[in-house]
Design a protein around this ligand. Structure first.
Ligand code: UTP
Length: 303
């Protein structure tokens, strides 16, 4: 980082998608509000941004997203009730999201794609590097990713994507990166990117996951990016242009990541995090062991 460069402090969280994989639950409720144990997924994501030092958070919202704003706002009636009851634990949990960060909102009128959602953040972000965190992608707080990406971006410049190796048959669910190795362990140069390729056309099994640290030059490219796959303006397509100019690096992540926008992964995440919880874990693990040992052994459940 050069001496005059301000420390990166802005996070953009796009939450305007339709969440079709989770219908009908997401008909009137944003998928980012679905509870993982007892906190909405979005709160984990905001907490991650804050732990990486990003205290200015911009959410790109859309229709049906009011509950998100309410979650990070005060609820005086509830707070007053809990206060009068002397329920200080719950009161603290209710107040926690309101004081986490400086949260701003911008609306994406039509959900025209992730790239378009990021473009909606341009005037708030201005001319500084910024982070993008997808609101349905959780990274385990024990596995530092964002701080490492911020550090790499400050040192190497350009934009940084997070890459995870996935099985070839899953690469069509992600952007796939053509990479070249660098002298630094866990950091690669990204030469090309392809959004959701068929396995035969994937440049590698390195998948782009939902964390980015971007140079503001991406806004100019996004403004020129035509709708791509699915008729949406794809962030991957804009990053591809920058990758071909040698302006994109990748941080390879081997830690725990949970895609809460996918039903099966959402269930796995909930079970895993519930097992690890101090207050619930012991009881839940006992029940789970018994469930696996008894009910999952019955012939009609075992395929
Ligand atoms: P997804 O690809 O998960 O799309 O978007 P989606 O519409 O939300 O969900 P499905 O696939 O239909 O179930 C990745 C991220 O980009 C945001 C989403 O909210 C999600 O966090 N997004 C997507 C927007 O903010 N705007 C868009 O137009 C599209």
């Amino acid at each position: 980082m050069t001496l005059n460069q301000p420390r990166l402090n802005k996070a953009v969280i796009p939450v305007a998608g339709l969440g079709t994989r989770f219908l009908p639950a997401t008909k009137a409720t944003p998928k980012e509000m679905l509870p993982v144990v007892d906190k909405p997924a979005i709160q984990y994501v905001v907490e991650e941004a804050v732990s990486a030092g990003l205290l200015d958070v911009l959410m790109v919202t859309g229709r049906n997203k009011r509950p998100l704003e309410d979650h990070f706002d005060r609820n005086y009636e509830l707070e007053d009730l809990l206060h009068r009851k002397g329920d200080t634990d719950r009161l603290a949990r209710v107040c926690e999201p309101t004081s986490l960060a400086d949260i701003h909102y911008v609306r994406q009128g039509d959900p025209r794609g992730l790239g378009h959602a990021v473009l909606c953040a341009a005037s708030h972000v201005g001319n500084e590097p910024f982070a993008v965190l997808l609101g349905d992608d959780l990274i385990d707080p024990r596995d530092l990713l964002l701080a490492r990406m911020i550090e790499v971006q400050a040192r190497l410049g350009g934009s940084v994507v997070a890459l995870m190796e996935v099985p070839l048959e899953k690469i069509h669910l992600y952007g796939s990166a053509a990479v070249r190795s660098t002298a630094e362990h866990g950091v690669v140069g990204v030469a090309d990117l392809v959004e959701k390729p068929e396995p035969a056309f994937a440049p590698s099994t390195y998948a782009v996951i939902g964390r980015y640290v971007l140079d503001p030059e991406v806004f100019g490219v996004l403004a020129q990016t035509a709708p791509g796959r699915g008729g949406e303006i794809q962030l991957t397509d804009a990053l591809r242009v920058l990758a071909q100019q040698g302006r994109v690096h990748g941080v390879v992540f081997g830690g725990r990541r949970y895609d809460t926008g996918d039903r099966a992964d959402f269930l796995r995440t909930t079970v895993r995090l519930a097992c690890e919880r101090e207050d619930l874990g012991a009881d839940f693990r006992n029940w789970l062991r018994e469930f696996v040992d008894t009910e999952l052994r019955t012939p009609d459940l075992v395929s």
